[in-house]
Design a protein around this ligand. Sequence first.
Ligand code: OGA
Ligand code: NI
Length: 351
Amino acid sequence: MSSPMATDSTKFLLSDLVSSHIKYVPSKYIRPESDRPDQFNVEKSNAAIPVIDLQGLAGANRPQVVEEIGLACQNDGFFQVKNHGIPMDVIEGMLHVAKEFFHLPESERLKSYSDDPKKTTRLSTSFNVKTEKVSNWRDYLRLHCYPLENFADEWPSNPVYFRQVVGEYCKNVRELALKLLEAISESLGLERDYMVKALGKQAQHMAINYYPPCPQPELTYGLPGHKDPNAITILLQDGVSGLQVLRNGKWVAVDPVPATLVINIGDMIQVLSNDRFKSVLHRVVVNNTSERISVPTFYCPSPNALIKQAEAVVDEEHPSIYRSFTYAEYYEKFWNQGLQSASCLDMFKLT
Ligand code: OGA
Ligand code: NI
């Protein structure tokens, strides 16, 4: 018997606890008062997060679009993209199958459950249930997606078209990630293929996040403030708000715009660019009316890739900030530290 059996008093997943219509947030989800989402300190307009039209990347306007991307990576660490090349039916299919998966009966979903972070396909809850002190208001299905043929056979087979629909989305996102990495390389004055080469064989991981409605959203987080450890993240969100980004000391809501994806720089691009580009803090708040689904794709270096700043961005005025390390070394630190605002990057600084 590989999947756990859940009884009413011990639910493995938050979604199954919430389905009994609880009126209060259980104590293990309650944050200390000094660390709660303060809704009064949130800017409601997401006009601050640039929207970049990628249509121009393929034509004569490429230099301008590359410059826009560079400025966004430098100033915001976050931007949104439209005309990104992923067809609407692929996007809608992905969101639809994600919702169907999380609406399956508990016994069916628990077939994928595991709290072992080494598993390449697993359903879990919160962030790292083995090490964290306070839990997060989230369930998630984590999948390795590249090379697709190595992993798709271990993905859920219910809904029956899960593998096909998610596989199609993964292929499309990979193409977009490569396009963005080329533009990011150029915007730093590097060869177009610099980043792709620097990341080694590369890996692509996906989380399908499910945030159930929460009876007391002011007491907890879907995800607390954190920075992504990977190279870049491509986020698809359904129509429900929840993502917030820290900008000039204020949290800014990144409300979903149809057909638009959210891109953010992860810690590895910050290192490769020697801090020219920033991996910034972001968090997820929950609400008391709607479930929310988001699908981040984490584009990562291969575990054995040696990460170090590009020589061309280092000079007398901008000396090397980090020692070199493998992504495997970095990722282990990230995972064990738990989600917190102090970035793991500080541990890799040259002194
Ligand atoms: C993440 C993340 C944002 C969201 O999974 O790392 O930041 O909107 N997700 O779910
Ligand atoms: Ni994140």
